[in-house]
Every structure is written in structure tokens, then in C-alpha cells.
Design a protein around this ligand. Structure first.
Ligand code: SF4
Length: 481
């Protein structure tokens, strides 16, 4: 049986797709990237933004048409839209076979094996955390591990707590078990995933314990995490970041707005000054840390003054990068009851202003790297070829340089010579042979989701956001954070 699985949305959805592949692994299952060849088509969806939802539904409408020439094909919608819209999707997309929410993927093998394609709806609330399911193997140097699922924060604009369910942490032992498997293979960098990793709890263990234990595994050179809620960012976690050398000096800390009034309406549970205190603490303890954020413009009631507070926040914090969006109503959220009173033209103008201001801040921070050496974990051949390789600095900056004998998976030093767009370009000065235990040829295509996916997404940088701002382009749309 040939299965095609297409994934929309955040890293958590990408991770879930690897779980799904693992759950469907059997001797007669094969995967295809071509839906026209597939017997089963699965679309794992995201509903955090209206645009993402419309794209996924449009794609599904095209895919069910394939049944006209191949009537045995089965088509299922998975993920957040499935959970949000449930049975109504059968009317909206005639020909759909299954609607499966994010907590019900264990039922997929039965659904696919079942005869007659009964149309079925499954939805969550079970507290599923897939502790015992290890995602399909990763063949590149970077991988993701989900440490928790769901969210209890109920930010007023966000649909995640409704479609992903309440927050539940995965047992530390299960996380370490998965990380050990990865570190004994090709993986040198692990990104720990959760809607709000800062509220991770397993008995007496908090997220700083997860960081320390994953970082201590032999072979793991780097650990990153997303996402942090500012209200839960603790001194204990900041100390772990500063004390454990494998933990990268890179923190994504969504601010959403610089206005106390809007933060209150968003139910973010912190004030502007508390946010600034947290970023100051981070900068005090973590050398050369890169802080990135999310900004949501055009929230109901956002005035010019509120927006100016957000622009001032950009200046004060000097974020390394900003993922910016304009507000769209999400049914079922608290903000859906507010009047969406900021005109689209104003939302767009504000989004453009954020992007333009942040562009010059980001370029300034990147320019400051010229002449300096950065440590790079090599992820892939550079897209423009010519024997160039690409990797990332500890601050998550993309670095491109001529390979000169280095390989994917190597840690190396690169002296930065120039900045092109948001890419640092340099020359290789040293390969850390003592830590280059994993090799892929630089000519081979690194097929790991973790490396290619992140590479593509990183290159869809703010300039693309500018071009696509009409569609709320979110580069790293980790749910709403
Ligand atoms: S924005 Fe983030 S923290 Fe807030 S409810 Fe959504 S996922 Fe949770």
C-alpha cells in the first residue's frame, strides 16, 4: 500500500507526521511523495491562521478529485482542522473518508485497513501523549522531540488549547529514551518542542532538568527548544541555559504586543515591563544570546498608540528576528467575541512597519558578525551548490561557506566575511574532528525532515514575509507561538 502524507503547519505538526509514519509502519506500507500514485492520502493540517486553514482545505478538495480516476483511493484529514471542524468536513469536502484529531492517530491503522471506508470522526480529549511511539528515524544531524502536548494558557486569540487539548507533559524517561536513540545515530542537535516548554512538569522535574539530561547524552552537541511563554520563563531555566554548554544561546520568547492594554486583552498574563525584565535577565546571564519573538498586529482595539508601544519594544529589545502576523478571527476563541475593528489596510500597514523596522535591526545584528568566527553544525549542501555547505550558528543564524573537505554533521569554525540578506557567508577555518563522529557526504541529499525542512523555512525569511504579508505568512508558525 502506497501512502502519501502531506503536512501543513508548525514543527509540532511535522513531528506528529513522523509519529504517524511510525504508527503506520508495516511490511506492506510504503510512502510516496506523489499523491497521484498513492492508495491512501493523508493531510495533516493546521488551523492557527485562517490562511493556513484555507490552503489545507483547498488542497484536500484537489486531492479527493483523484478518486475519479482511482476510486479505491482513501483520503483523510488529520490534525488541528480535523479536531476543530469534525464531521462538518464531510459535507464541505465530499469524498473525504476520515477526519482524525491529533489525539487519535493510533486509530489510523484500523481505519486504513477497514473495508468500505466508513466515514468516521475521532476527536481528542483523551490526554494522549504518544509516550511509547518513537517517530520514524532521522538521517540528518538535527531532530525534534516533543516534550509536551496541548496548552492551558488560553490566549484570547488562539485556538490551540481547543484543538490540541489541555497541557500534558511527557515523562522525562520517555524523552531521554527517544533522545538516546537519536544520539546513537546521526543526530547531533535536538530541538525540544512544546507549546509552552516552560511549564513542563514530571514529578519534581521541570524543563531545566530535561535540558540538562538531554544535553548530557553522549553525541549531543546542541540542544534548542521552542516555545517559551514569558510568564513561565524561570531563573532556573535561564541558569540551565547559561551553565550547560550544549544549550544554544538562542531563545524564542513571543511578546505578541508591546502594549499593556493589548496584552491584557490577549490574556497574555504579563506586562510589558515584566517582559522587559525577563529579557534583561536572559541577557545578563547568557552571553551573546539571540532573542527572537512573535508579534501580532491589528488585534481588536489596537490603536496607533498601542502599535507604537510595540514598535518601541522592537527598539528596546533588539530582537534577532521577529515572526510577525496580522490578526485574523479564529472561531471559538475569546477574541472572536471582540469587534475586529482594525481595518485590513491598517493591519497591513502595521505589519509592513514591523517588518521594515525589524529588517534593519536584524541586518545590524548580522553585520556585527563580520570578521568573527562562529561555530557551525553543518546541515546540508547549500541550495546554490558550488560545493557550498550550510549550517547554523549557536544563535540559529544560517551560515553558508565553501565545503573544503567538511561534511554534513561536522561541527566547524567559520570566519564570517559578509552578510547576504539574512545569511552569513564565510570561510571554513577549522573542522572539529574530535566531534565529527557522524558523516554524510556533502554531495548526498540530506533527506531528514529536520534538516531540509528547517533549511527551507529559514530561507523563507522576512523578505518573503514582506511579499506574503497579505496571507499572514508565518515562518515558524509553532502553533500560535
Ligand atoms: S498563543 Fe501559545 S501560549 Fe497562548 S494559548 Fe496559544 S499555544 Fe498556548
Amino acid at each position: 500500500m502506497l501512502i502519501h502524507l502531506h503536512t501543513y503547519g508548525c514543527q509540532m505538526n511535522q513531528y506528529d507526521s513522523e509519529l504517524i509514519k511510525s504508527l503506520l509502519r508495516s511490511s506492506d506500507t510504503k510512502w510516496t511523495s506523489d499523491p497521484e500514485q498513492a492508495d491512501v492520502i493523508l493531510v495533516n493540517t493546521c488551523c492557527v491562521r485562517d490562511h493556513a486553514e484555507q490552503r489545507a482545505l483547498g488542497r484536500l478538495r484537489q486531492l479527493v478529485h483523484l478518486k475519479k480516476s482511482r476510486p479505491w483511493v482513501q483520503v483523510g484529514i488529520l490534525g488541528c482542522i480535523a479536531q476543530e471542524r469534525k464531521g462538518e468536513l464531510f459535507d464541505e469536502i465530499p469524498g473525504l473518508d476520515w477526519v482524525v484529531g491529533p489525539d487519535e492517530y493510533r486509530k489510523l491503522p484500523q481505519l486504513i485497513d477497514g473495508s468500505g471506508s466508513p466515514q468516521s470522526v475521532f476527536h481528542g480529549g483523551s490526554g494522549e501523549s504518544y509516550d511509547d511511539v518513537i517517530p520514524t528515524s532521522v538521517t540528518g544531524p538535527r531532530a525534534f522531540i516533543a516534550v509536551m502536548r496541548g496548552c492551558d494558557n488560553f490566549c484570547s486569540y488562539c485556538v490551540v488549547p481547543y484543538v490540541r487539548g489541555r497541557e500534558r507533559s511527557r515523562p522525562l524517561a520517555s524523552i531521554i529514551n527517544e533522545a538516546k536513540g537519536l544520539s546513537s545515530g546521526s543526530v547531533r542537535e535536538i530541538t525540544l518542542l512544546g507549546q509552552n516548554v516552560n511549564s513542563y512538569r514530571d514529578g519534581n522535574h521541570d524543563f531545566s532538568d530535561v535540558l540538562r539530561e538531554v544535553a548530557a547524552l553522549p553525541g549531543i552537541e546542541r540542544v534548542r527548544f521552542i516555545t517559551s511563554h514569558p510568564k513561565d520563563l524561570s531563573e532556573r531555566l535561564i541558569h540551565a541555559m547559561s551553565e550547560v554548554p550544549q544549550v544554544c544561546p538562542s531563545l524564542h520568547l513571543p511578546a505578541q504586543s508591546g502594549s499593556d492594554r493589548i496584552l491584557h486583552l490577549m490574556n497574555r498574563q504579563y506586562t510589558r515591563s515584566q517582559y522587559l525584565e525577563k529579557t534583561a535577565m536572559v541577557r545578563k546571564h547568557i552571553l551573546d544570546v539571540a532573542i527572537s519573538t512573535d508579534i501580532l498586529v491589528g488585534f481588536p482595539g489596537e490603536t496607533d498608540r498601542d502599535f507604537q508601544d510595540t514598535m518601541n519594544l522592537l527598539e528596546e529589545v533588539k530582537f534577532h528576528s521577529v515572526f510577525s502576523f496580522r490578526y485574523s478571527v479564529r472561531a471559538g476563541t475569546a477574541a472572536a467575541h471582540l469587534l475586529d475593528d482594525v481595518p485590513e489596510s491598517v493591519k497591513i500597514a502595521r505589519l509592513e512597519a514591523v517588518i521594515a523596522r525589524q529588517r534593519s535591526i536584524s541586518i545590524g545584528l548580522h553585520d556585527a558578525r563580520v570578521g568573527k568566527s562562529v561555530t557551525v553544525l553543518i546541515e546540508a549542501a547549500a541550495r546554490k551548490g558550488d560545493g557550498n555547505l550550510m549550517g547554523r550558528s549557536p544563535q540559529d543564524e544560517v551560515v553558508v561557506f565553501p565545503g573544503n573537505g567538511a561534511h554534513i554533521g561536522d561541527l566547524c569554525e567559520v570566519k564570517i566575511q559578509e552578510v547576504r540578506g539574512f545569511t552569513l557567508v564565510g570561510e571554513l577555518t577549522r573542522i572539529d574532528k574530535s566531534r565529527s563522529s557522524y558523516r554524510l557526504s556533502s554531495e548526498s541529499s540530506c533527506t531528514a525532515v529536520s534538516s531540509q525542512y528547517m533549511y527551507r523555512r529559514n530561507h523563507v525569511d522576512i523578505s518573503l514575509d514582506l511579499r506574503r504579508h497579505y496571507h499572514h505568512c508565518r515562518i515558524r508558525n509553532f502553533a500560535a507561538e
